[in-house]
Design a protein around this ligand. Structure first.
Ligand code: XLS
Ligand code: NI
Ligand code: NI
Length: 437
């Protein structure tokens, strides 16, 4: 692996919290044990290829600003390999163990699918050797089913059957290369699986087509022996006006309706949760309650902006709330924290990639430690248990088992004149949480 994309940047050191070193981990200590596991195994950080390597930081009003001296801007396979080298140099120097990609991030789309597949195979061969040389692993792969103009009206939900077929073939290939690279998961994010106006949309057919598409992917996965976890990544809108995978609850209903629930978990992204009008901890809590917490696309957004701004998650309060949910769910197995985040347009230097990821990693290290401290303190959990203690009665057990009737509850309620409600103590609980951050 060539080591020259980031000259002058050494592997990021571990420094003291009050150090003035411009680049250094102040909180992340990969081998430190938190709740029985090394931090690196609790957090399972991944960098994403699309923002880190392919996002020039253009916005709707202005051109790309990012300086990427290793990239000649062409779609030659040499350039693809050089980019991959730069990426793995970055992963090493930034101490990130995993990565994620879309098929078209790593290799170019050619004029036929066969040529695109051949180009993809070339780059995958190169990634395979980089993984072997460095020990870095693929957290998940995916197919880009939203950028090419053929997907203007969706992929699995396109009104055109030819487009549906192309998307199916692209997913087949993307699952194969993910399998080949030992990927631990595969993501379906339906950027254009929705509509712009209902006036031209057969919503019933589109949702059914999406379900058939996913069933075919499940069958194919089994047929090639790919054991990685399938994830759906909810997002309510952008680029579509409405996306069928709006939020965790909508995904759960969809997966149940079409018999797909045993085959999928969810990949929750912070900024998608906020676009859906939720907090990310709400989305994670819904997943935890239903056993579908799979992986996390870690970023954050500007609350008052309303776009998927994909900012780096640098706020320890946010990461503490997220880690509380993730630890309560038992931690990650196949999933991890993928920084689906981009630098601001003004942070265009290569070193800003490091500042951005280090800030995110340190924020999650703090969140992990704070969440573990809150859990070992135990007061919040004890409060919640006590709050529901009346349900631990004989009657509570019968209601929770589904064995009670309205008649018997009425008999109990008819002569009761006091209801022992208690304060929710929200402010007290917030203080307990904040004291540990
Ligand atoms: C876009 C999504 C996308 C998925 C992968 O908003 O977050 O990047 O994570 O297709
Ligand atoms: Ni996103
Ligand atoms: Ni994402």
């Amino acid at each position: 692996m060539a080591q020259d994309a980031f000259p002058g940047i050494e592997q990021v050191p571990f420094v003291e919290r009050d150090s003035h070193a411009p680049l250094g981990f102040r909180h992340y200590r990969p081998d430190e044990i938190v709740e029985g596991k090394a931090m690196r195994d609790q957090l399972r950080f991944a960098a994403c290829y699309w923002h880190t390597m392919r996002n020039g930081l253009a916005d709707p009003f202005g051109a790309a600003t990012a300086r990427m001296p290793w990239d000649d801007g062409s779609d030659s396979l040499d350039n693809c390999r050089r980019r991959a080298d730069a990426f793995f140099e970055f992963l090493h120097k930034c101490r990130i163990d995993f990565y994620c990609f879309h098929d078209r991030d790593i290799a170019p789309e050619r004029s036929t699918l066969a040529e695109s597949n051949a180009a993809l195979d070339e780059v995958v061969r190169h990634l395979e050797s980089l993984q072997q040389a460095t020990g870095k692993r693929l957290l998940w792969g995916t197919a880009c089913l939203f950028a090419h103009p053929r997907y203007v009206s969706g992929a699995a939900t396109s009104p055109r059957i030819e487009v549906f077929a192309h998307a199916a073939a692209q997913v087949k290939k993307a699952i194969e290369v993910t399998h080949r690279l030992g990927g631990e998961g595969y993501v379906f994010w339906g950027g254009r699986e929705g509509y712009t106006t209902l006036l031209n949309t057969d919503l019933r057919r589109e949702r059914e087509h999406l379900a058939h598409f996913l069933h075919m992917a499940v069958d194919y996965k089994k047929s090639i022996g790919f054991k990685g976890q399938f994830y759906i990544e909810p997002k309510p809108r952008e680029p579509s006006v409405h996306q069928y995978d709006s939020d965790a609850a909508a995904c759960l209903a969809f997966l149940r309706e079409f018999g797909l629930l045993p085959h999928f978990k969810l990949n929750i992204e912070t900024n998608h949760a906020t676009l859906a009008g939720h907090t990310v901890e709400h989305e994670l809590a819904v997943c935890r309650a239903t056993g579908v917490l799979g992986s996390v696309d870690a970023n954050s957004g500007t609350d008052n902006c309303g776009w998927d701004t994909d900012e780096f998650p640098t706020d320890p309060r946010l990461t503490t709330k997220m880690m509380l949910e993730i630890l309560a769910a038992g931690g990650f197995t196949t999933g991890g924290l993928n920084f689906d985040a981009k630098r601001r347009r003004e942070s265009f230097d290569p070193v800003d990639l490091f500042h951005a990821h280090v800030a995110g990693m340190d924020a999650f290290a703090r969140g992990l430690k704070a969440a573990a401290a809150i859990r070992s303190d135990g007061r919040i959990a004890a409060f919640v248990r006590a709050r529901y203690a009346s349900w631990d009665s004989e009657l509570g057990r019968r209601i929770e088992a589904g064995d009670a009737t309205l008649e018997e509850l009425e008999a109990l309620a008819l002569h009761r004149i006091d209801w022992p409600v208690e304060s929710g103590r929200q402010e007290m609980l917030e203080q307990i949480m904040h004291d540990r951050i």
